[in-house]
Design a protein around this ligand. Structure first.
Ligand SMILES: Cc1cc2nc3c(=O)[nH]c(=O)nc-3n(C[C@H](O)[C@H](O)[C@H](O)COP(=O)(O)OP(=O)(O)OC[C@H]3O[C@@H](n4cnc5c(N)ncnc54)[C@H](O)[C@@H]3O)c2cc1C
Length: 176
């Protein structure tokens, strides 16, 4: 039992998509199907190098193949970015608590998420674009769904979130 828990399942990278110069999405096909739920993560092993945790970015309905979007940031991820389709890796898991999606059924939900973006001007533009999109979504919701108590959310987004977004845009412009 313990051995299974810590032994990676051999897997093949069947596709690599370049998202930005530092971000790639890897299609990974484990030798045995690996069912996971939204919100869980897996440990991805580069043989002889090491392993790191990643959250699949593909549908949890598909257990035969998963996609993982990875930013190049250090030892394991640098090696992963050097791999091409056909390379062998290992995957174990899933781990972590899944999102309680059933609890959300029939309820109104407000989604707020973080993201990774490109460096420099591209990152700044996408950051500013996402921020504007968020503000527009909140305004539209405010005007089309009067029962929704989001006036405080609007105040929050125009206040602290705008300040943080402005700082993020400046940092992205100077290459952070
Ligand atoms: C639950 C979970 C899910 C995740 N999901 C994703 C995902 O979907 N996609 C994704 O891209 N990432 C994800 N991550 C983050 C990912 O696991 C890390 O980016 C990865 O572990 C980095 O491993 P590495 O060996 O490439 O980097 P490391 O070599 O461990 O380096 C990591 C950072 O530490 C710095 N560093 C390393 N050594 C030193 C040192 N000696 N002194 C100072 N600084 C140092 C590096 O510069 C780098 O910034 C997730 C993390 C967790 C916990």
């Amino acid at each position: 039992m313990t051995a299974m828990l810590y032994t990676p399942i051999p897997a093949t990278i069947d596709r690599v998509d370049n998202e930005t110069p530092t971000i790639k999405t890897f299609g990974i096909r484990p030798r045995e199907p690996m069912a996971f739920a939204a919100g869980q993560f897996v440990e991805l092993t580069v043989p002889g190098i090491g392993e790191a945790p990643f959250t699949p970015s593909s549908s949890p309905r598909i257990a035969e193949r998963m996609e993982i979007t990875i930013i190049k940031t250090g030892r394991v991820t640098d090696c992963l970015h050097d791999l091409a389709a056909g390379a062998e890796v290992g995957v174990r898991g899933p781990y972590g608590r899944a999102y309680p999606l059933d609890d959300f059924k029939g309820k109104k939900i407000l989604l707020a998420g973080g993201a990774i973006a490109g460096n420099g001007w591209l990152g700044a533009l996408s950051g500013a674009g996402l921020w504007l999109l968020l503000v527009v979504v909140v305004i539209v919701l405010r005007n089309t769904t009067p029962r929704l108590r989001i006036d405080q959310a609007v105040k929050f987004f125009w206040g602290p979130v705008s300040a943080v977004a402005a700082v993020a845009v400046v940092l992205a412009l100077i290459g952070w």
